[in-house]
Design a protein around this ligand. Sequence first.
Ligand SMILES: [Zn+2]
Length: 297
Amino acid sequence: MELPIVNHPEYVAKINENSVFPIKKFSALANYLLEKKIVNKFYIPKECSIETLSKSHSTKYINDIKNKTLDKKSEVKIGFPINDSVIKRSFLATGGTVLASKLALDFKLACNTAGGSHHASYDYGAGYCVFNDVAVAANYLKYRKKIKKILILDLDVHQGNGNSEIFKNDRNIFTFSMHCITNYPAKKSKSDLDIELEENLEDKDYLKILKNNLLKLNKMNFDFVFYIAGVDVHYQDKLGKLKLTDGGINQREKTVIENFFSNKVPLCGVLGGGYNKDFNKLVELHSMLHRNCSKLL
Ligand SMILES: [Zn+2]
């Protein structure tokens, strides 16, 4: 069976060419997945509806994005210009994670080729995140599909502060973030479980800490997991301060995906961050999520 992967050509938006955010990675990844025959066709998402978004974001914030009425300071905090293509990609990428989460319920595993906008909170965006796609999809599953215990497993090098803020009073959606202590955001919020890593941590120690935590999480018997597979933990990343190798990241994806698959917990994988000095390497690293999922189906 082929792994369901969600992609849309308009995940690539028009932003400043000099931006540190490598926006072209979304189309490059899609091409790479086709070339390597990890997938033959993509599922095409629709723009997320206002109704679905509004379970996780304030109506005022959603409308400020939609109508381009966001104030300048809030736009600067996001880091993207709020133009037509960025607005469209924000609605599409969120719809993409919602679609991938529904596919994961049916197929046990499914991935988006974008998503993991984990710095976006209830009424603001930040750090290249407009809408918090994983939060929106988690609330979608909770309200529409009656899924009870959901885990957000965030292994991006940056803390998933948007999710921990949105779900701080939600006992059914558990936020786990394992990140570098000195990376953005400077002021961390409180997840249900935060694992703070020292700078320069390498494969062996990273994987050991991860495995110990997966054992703890397995005891909590989740019904569904969102996996934010940021590859900014790589040693060549421009922003991340950890030192994982290609092999370390591949082993991380294998460990996480096999762990939940063997426990029969549906998993929806999303990209998360990645700002590698080498663009082709970045695409290859992101594809490890999809490749490791596809091996199991
Ligand atoms: Zn990140």
